[in-house]
Design a protein around this ligand. Structure first.
Ligand SMILES: *[C@@H]1O[C@H](CO)[C@@H](O)[C@H](O)[C@H]1NC(C)=O
Ligand SMILES: *[C@@H]1O[C@H](CO)[C@@H](O)[C@H](O)[C@H]1NC(C)=O
Ligand SMILES: *[C@@H]1O[C@H](CO)[C@@H](O)[C@H](O)[C@H]1NC(C)=O
Ligand SMILES: *[C@@H]1O[C@H](CO)[C@@H](O)[C@H](O)[C@H]1NC(C)=O
Ligand SMILES: *[C@@H]1O[C@H](CO)[C@@H](O)[C@H](O)[C@H]1NC(C)=O
Ligand SMILES: *[C@@H]1O[C@H](CO)[C@@H](O)[C@H](O)[C@H]1NC(C)=O
Ligand SMILES: *[C@@H]1O[C@H](CO)[C@@H](O)[C@H](O)[C@H]1NC(C)=O
Ligand SMILES: *[C@@H]1O[C@H](CO)[C@@H](O)[C@H](O)[C@H]1NC(C)=O
Ligand SMILES: *[C@@H]1O[C@H](CO)[C@@H](O)[C@H](O)[C@H]1NC(C)=O
Ligand SMILES: *[C@@H]1O[C@H](CO)[C@@H](O)[C@H](O)[C@H]1NC(C)=O
Ligand SMILES: *[C@@H]1O[C@H](CO)[C@@H](O)[C@H](O)[C@H]1NC(C)=O
Ligand SMILES: *[C@@H]1O[C@H](CO)[C@@H](O)[C@H](O)[C@H]1NC(C)=O
Length: 846
């Protein structure tokens, strides 16, 4: 499944195959991947073993500290193997700049641990957690080298300059990234939001040379650009256009860089010039030439361009300052001047660490009594949960040029993030959340629909429909009292949601939903002429179920804003008319895809599940996906009705049948941890009044799929969708998106405090009877883990399966959870199970 970067692969069809989760679905793939991992683990250990030693020591030493440095618990390498596609690069929270090396092979985020891959260079722009197999960003690579035979002999083209790493030396921590080449040159980086410093250490006695790339990016999408060397200033500016990593290849974005080479006058430039190459022997250098100016190569050949320069003498250390902009090269230089200026590498790194520590300290746990792996998984996950999207405020282009709204890039994709990523942000950092929500709304203002998968500043492909509805709806439900103060206009928010629900886009592959047909039939039909809009007519079953849930979010906001007509209409749409969804869920044994005449089309429900033996089946965005579902089986999607699981239980024949079916689903191996439709499946037991079984399943899901190694994610992190899911699991909470409800599970840490940094509340959750022995895949007999009682600020809840954001985290205070080893005692919700629409739930908003 590994795809090499090559221009031939850059076609629309291949792009579609390169969707973010394409690599996780089938079991045979999973098996062969784990085999690879197993064999690879024997021969290499990336990153440096010192990284884990340092983290373990920090966790042990912090046991009794009340004010620890949380950044020392973070392992940025989790998810850099096994197709997690995490970027371990140096970044501040939501940094637009993420410095990482770019490696050959399958490396969408630039870096991968695989030691058989070589390093192309160090570069400032990356996304994290996305699975586009050609990769995303990677522009402006710089590569240090020694050219013992001089300028003319330097290896400038990618294939020539690529170098192995020195094994077991890769290092990273929040705000810092480092890798050493096998020739002994060490590369380090640290960053601000739009700029940073690179530090290179050369072997003694060697003259430092550098190649700086104008054209190459990871997806090989150069569409023209210029490069200017100013030898007096010691400054190289670059500007150009490149293409999307997960969207139509016909669109381009612009990006700019400013490289300052003199370290405030402490370094002296020697030779400089430009170079050009192609795969067929062209490999030329033009010494002392200072300009490159190229347009898109229309015949399609792969030409590469860049600069080459050296320093006087044999200094062992070279510092290079880098500024980035999406507006102009002048702005890129101004960003470097204002954000870095003359600060030292260590100062910038200390600033970045401080920002991270502030972010991470909003959740504090009892370090002495929490298993060390849980501490590391939790803080590494919280770290990634603030790594993206990339804050490009003030760096806008095209339709967003000069917008007064905050602006974020890499909303990659909403279908991944609405489930847990934004609910986690809502818990702690509403001011970050509000900026991103306003940015979604601004997308509607500028383009008519909210973004579904903005990648590289360009529209990316729709996965489920208009999942942005749930993202902004969740904000409105939880923070409508603060919305105005946080810069969010609720009327605009609502108009943006209604546009998604009502207006048929011309091209719903990038704009959202196939609204007309969905409204006409009450579901997305299979095998029908769509005369008025364009899109890839696949995934009818999963799109229907996602549209229905998006409609539930619109219903909740209609309720909030007292729009009773819409409340009524969207209630009906989210309950789904009898012709639609009840039958959809019920028919899961056959398929959930329907013809326009209502008949279900047959596909096997195990297709695209981990039990699917067909290696070549298309389960993702490919045009050849024939199963009717996206990145999941119809089995998995048959559980998806987060707002009406009790309706589902009723249809499936009652609690006992539902539980039996859910057990079978897990026990037969149909559960696919690596993709998002599975996120809420393990907590389904709560709705059948068997919460202890949810506790067991969550322990199992965590320990069978997540750990602290680079291969410690079950699939693409998906802009930290996985990270935020894991965070909730470890904290013993599960959010119902688009509502203020949390399901209560069994925490993996005995005592933690969540600080809401805007509301200024602190909520401490203490688990009485916590047994560290229960923190493993199978809870042993006698280990307390099942929830016996829940008390909020001294008042015991009559129902111990759920509580509300307004009653708990908005108020702050103390939550006491008592756990028992007696599963039967813990297997009961008390007076009510969590809410469902068809049993009268979600009737009011707070
Ligand atoms: C690093 O380790 C890999 C795997 O063992 C090996 O193939 C490679 O040659 C090593 N690289 C160096 C520079 O030693
Ligand atoms: C933390 O405190 C406990 C008890 O107060 C003590 O036994 C333990 O050694 C301390 N750990 C560290 C790392 O200081
Ligand atoms: C660089 O030069 C400035 C004076 O231009 C000096 O103050 C500073 O200490 C030097 N920095 C380093 C790292 O050598
Ligand atoms: C680069 O070429 C474009 C035409 O392709 C031209 O408009 C522009 O002025 C040139 N820039 C420089 C710096 O020569
Ligand atoms: C994004 O950057 C802007 C400009 O520096 C800043 O005001 C804002 O707080 C940042 N947002 C986040 C979520 O970091
Ligand atoms: C909706 O109605 C409730 C109850 O009458 C009222 O408290 C609330 O302010 C109204 N909200 C809006 C947005 O009009
Ligand atoms: C919603 O459905 C109910 C029951 O089928 C129907 O009576 C009502 O008119 C519908 N409301 C709207 C706004 O469609
Ligand atoms: C509905 O349409 C499908 C596809 O054309 C066809 O196979 C099926 O027999 C039809 N069902 C009915 C009840 O007409
Ligand atoms: C496997 O799936 C592909 C693509 O859907 C299909 O063409 C092929 O017939 C399937 N192979 C088997 C053995 O079912
Ligand atoms: C499932 O159990 C709950 C709690 O005991 C009960 O309220 C509900 O009616 C049951 N559901 C069905 C469909 O029997
Ligand atoms: C911690 O994680 C590592 C790596 O996955 C694993 O080898 C080790 O067994 C785990 N330790 C515990 C106590 O679970
Ligand atoms: C839980 O943590 C809070 C805040 O750190 C602390 O005040 C409290 O004593 C802890 N409770 C227990 C039972 O450890």
């Amino acid at each position: 499944m590994r795809r090499e970067h090559s221009s031939e692969l850059n076609s629309e069809d291949i792009k579609a195959c390169e969707d973010s989760e394409f690599l996780s679905p089938t079991p045979s793939m999973i098996t062969s991947f784990s085999f690879l991992l197993l064999t690879a683990a024997l021969v290499h250990a990336q990153p440096s073993p010192e990284v884990q030693k340092r983290i373990s020591a920090a966790i042990a030493a912090a046991a009794n500290e009340s004010n620890p440095d949380y950044t020392t618990f973070v392992n940025p390498f989790i998810g850099t193997d096994n197709f997690g596609d995490v970027c371990p690069g140096a970044s501040i929270p939501f940094g637009m700049v993420k410095f990482s090396t770019d490696l050959t092979g399958y490396a969408p985020a630039g870096y991968v641990t695989d030691p058989t891959q070589t390093i192309r260079g160090l570069s400032p722009l990356h996304d994290s957690g996305t699975g586009s197999s050609l990769g995303t960003y990677g522009n402006f690579e710089i590569m240090p080298m020694t050219c013992p035979e001089g300028f003319e002999t330097c290896a400038t083209k990618l294939v020539d300059r690529e170098t192995f790493r020195k094994n077991n030396t890769d290092d990273a921590s929040p705000g810092y990234f480092s890798q050493t080449l096998d020739n002994g040159i060490k590369m380090e980086a640290t960053s601000t939001r739009r700029a940073g410093l690179e530090r290179f250490t050369f072997p003694q006695g060697s003259k430092p040379y550098f190649v700086l790339d104008l054209s190459n990016d990871l997806p090989n999408s150069f569409a023209g650009g210029t490069m200017n060397i100013d030898p007096q200033k010691g400054r190289i500016t670059i500007g150009g256009s490149w293409g999307s990593s997960f969207g139509p290849t016909s669109f381009n974005y612009q990006a700019f860089a400013c490289y300052d080479l003199l370290n405030n006058g402490n370094q002296t430039l020697d030779e400089y010039g430009v170079w050009q190459g192609n795969p067929y022997g062209l490999d030329s250098k033009a010494k002392s030439q200072t300009l490159l100016n190229q347009t898109r190569n229309l015949i399609g050949d792969h030409y590469e361009y860049g600069a080459l320069f050296s320093y006087s003498g044999t200094p062992s250390e070279i510092i290079i300052r880098v500024g980035i902009s999406f507006v102009s090269s002048d702005q890129a230089c101004a960003n470097a001047e204002s954000e870095v200026g003359t600060s030292s590498f260590d100062d910038i790194m200390a600033q970045s660490r401080a920002l991270w520590n502030e972010k991470l300290s909003s959740i504090q746990i009892d370090l002495a009594n929490t298993p060390a792996n849980v501490t590391e998984m939790l803080y590494s996950s919280l770290y990634r949960a603030s790594l993206t999207p990339n804050n490009a405020t003030g760096e806008t282009q095209a339709a967003f040029s000069g917008t007064s709204s905050p602006y974020f890039d890499s909303l990659y994709c909403s279908w991944d993030t609405f489930r847990t990523f934004y609910p986690l942000m809502a818990l702690q950092h509403p001011q970050d959340y509000a900026q991103i929500v306003e940015n979604y709304i601004d997308g509607w203002r500028k383009l008519g629909w909210m973004p579904e998968c903005r990648a590289n500043n360009l529209p990316g492909y729709t996965q489920g429909g208009s999942s942005g509805d749930v993202i902004v709806g969740h904000f409105a439900i939880n923070y409508h009292n603060e919305a105005a103060a946080l810069g969010v206009n609720l009327n605009d928010l609502y108009s943006a949601m209604l546009a998604d629900g009502e207006l048929n886009p011309f091209e719903w592959d990038i704009q959202g939903r196939q609204v007309n047909l969905y409204k006409e039939f009450g579901y997305v039909p299979f095998d029908i002429v769509d005369a008025t809009s364009t899109g890839r007519q696949t995934r009818e079953g999963s799109r229907t179920l996602e549209y229905v849930f998006e409609d539930f979010s619109i219903r909740q906001v209609s309720l909030l804003l007292n729009n009773s007509a819409n409340e009524n209409a969207y209630f009906n749409r989210s309950m789904a008319s009898p012709s639609c969804c009840p039958s959809l869920h019920l028919q899961f044994e056959r398929s959930l895809v329907r013809y326009p005449n209502g008949t279900f089309a047959f596909t096997d429900p195990t297709d695209c599940s981990p039990q699917d033996k067909n290696d070549s089946r298309s389960c993702s965005l490919q045009g050849s996906n024939e199963v009717g579902f996206y990145e999941s089986s119809s089995w998995e999607y048959s559980w998806f009705a987060p707002h009406d699981t009790n309706g589902l239980i009723e249809l499936m024949g009652g609690n006992a049948t539902f539980v039996k079916r859910l057990d079978h689903f897990f026990d037969a191996g149909y559960y696919l941890a690596g993709n998002e439709p599975s996120f809420q499946t393990p907590i389904g037991y709560h709705y059948a009044n068997q919460p202890a079984k949810s506790v067991q399943r969550v322990r199992q899901v965590v320990f069978e799929n997540f750990d602290i190694t680079p291969a410690g994610l079950p699939g693409n992190d998906d802009q930290a969708a996985m990270a935020s899911l894991l965070s909730f699991h470890l904290l013993g909470l599960y959010p119902v998106p688009g509502t203020s409800q949390f399901l209560i599970l069994s925490p993996f840490t005995p005592n933690y405090t969540i600080h809401n940094t805007y509301l200024n509340t602190a909520t401490t959750i203490t688990t009485h009877g916590f047994d560290p022995k229960s923190v493993q895949a199978n809870i042993p007999k006698g280990a307390a883990a099942y929830v016996k009682s829940v008390t909020v600020n001294g008042v015991e809840l009559a129902t111990k399966c759920h509580f509300d954001f307004y009653d708990v985290f908005r108020k702050g205070g103390q939550v006491d959870i008592e756990v028992t080893a007696d599963m039967d005692e813990g297997n009961d919700c008390g007076t009510a199970v969590p809410e469902s629409l068809s049993t009268g739930g979600f009737a009011t908003v707070r």
